[in-house]
Design a protein. Structure first.
Ligand SMILES: [Zn+2]
Length: 299
């Protein structure tokens, strides 16, 4: 088994036939590594667009790929064929974040006419490195940039031409060689031939907005009085606002009122339920108003 770190640069261009913008791949860079993460080969091609004669200024600025370089490239179809032949068998393909996979799918759909990238086993290096950073006590909630992660892990990026496909791949290789952690790494290797892989990739987590949705367990609508722990009665309808259902509740024993809220987030693996119970705000304000109102004088 060996590893290939794949990186691509793409630019948005208008596709007349499909009447939409497509993130066309204009450069493929990849580094082949042996089982000890030593570099054994490098793949690097620039691609000539089939739908545009220009590249955006932003793209050139970021990647250094000029219009002339793009026009001197090979076709995407040839590039994919060369890449697939170069990849070989029994390979784990690694990218920095799974955004490359969406772009591959988009290019296969709109630009490749049936030809596909060879992609069997796959690992998202960003997920792995974020896990290692957390183990080292770094906080990283959102998706971290490759350069930032490298600096945090003590790899200087001065010698790399970041945002060129080849150098981004080389930097990923350096990160991996330094921070490989067997069990955590192997757990993240996915089989892209398993239909669940793409179901998961395209699944969009979302909040449930209908209280009668069949995925909701009705027991999560039940709230208990914080004072005497008795089951409360709902006094209003559920109102949905900013991903939360809100309703007023009242305790039948002590008469105390509460505002109760519940939210349901559907992820690919599970339904995440969050519940809150709060003192009603409105009543407190009324109390303050009552207190500051001057006592009417009788004549
Ligand atoms: Zn009570």
């Amino acid at each position: 088994m060996h590893y290939v770190i794949l990186d691509m640069e793409w630019d948005s261009a208008y596709h007349k036939k499909y009447k939409r913008f497509v993130n066309q791949i204009l450069q493929i860079g990849a580094v082949k590594l042996d089982e000890k993460f030593n570099i054994v080969d490098i793949f690097d091609v620039t691609i000539k667009s089939s739908i545009s004669k220009r590249v955006s200024g932003r793209f050139t600025q970021l990647t250094g790929i000029t219009k002339e370089m793009m026009l001197g490239g090979i076709s995407l179809s040839d590039a994919v064929e060369q890449y697939n032949n170069w990849l070989g068998d029994d390979t784990v393909t690694i990218t920095w974040s799974n955004s490359d996979l969406y772009t591959i799918a988009e290019n296969e759909k709109y630009l490749l006419d049936g030809k596909r990238f060879k992609l069997d086993k796959y690992l998202d290096l960003q997920v792995f490195i974020q896990g290692e950073l957390r183990l080292l006590g770094h906080e990283c909630k959102s998706q971290i940039a490759l350069g930032t992660a490298a600096e945090l892990l003590g790899i200087t990026t001065d010698n790399y031409d970041l945002h060129t496909a080849k150098d981004d791949s080389l930097l990923c290789a350096a990160l991996l060689k330094k921070h490989y952690n067997g069990a955590a790494f192997d757990n993240l290797i996915k089989d892209t031939n398993n239909p669940e892989f793409y179901k998961r990739l395209y699944f969009k987590p979302h909040f449930i907005s209908r209280i009668n949705d069949e995925r909701i367990d009705k027991n999560t609508h039940v709230f208990y009085c914080e004072k005497c722990e008795n089951k409360m009665k709902r006094a209003t309808k559920w109102r949905y606002h900013n991903n939360w259902f809100n309703a007023n509740f009242v305790c039948p024993d002590c008469g105390k009122k509460f505002v109760c809220r519940v939210s349901y987030k559907q992820t690919f693996d599970k339904l995440i339920v969050k519940r809150r119970i709060m003192e009603p705000k409105v009543k407190q304000q009324e109390g303050i108003e009552d207190a500051v109102q001057p006592v009417p004088t009788t004549v």
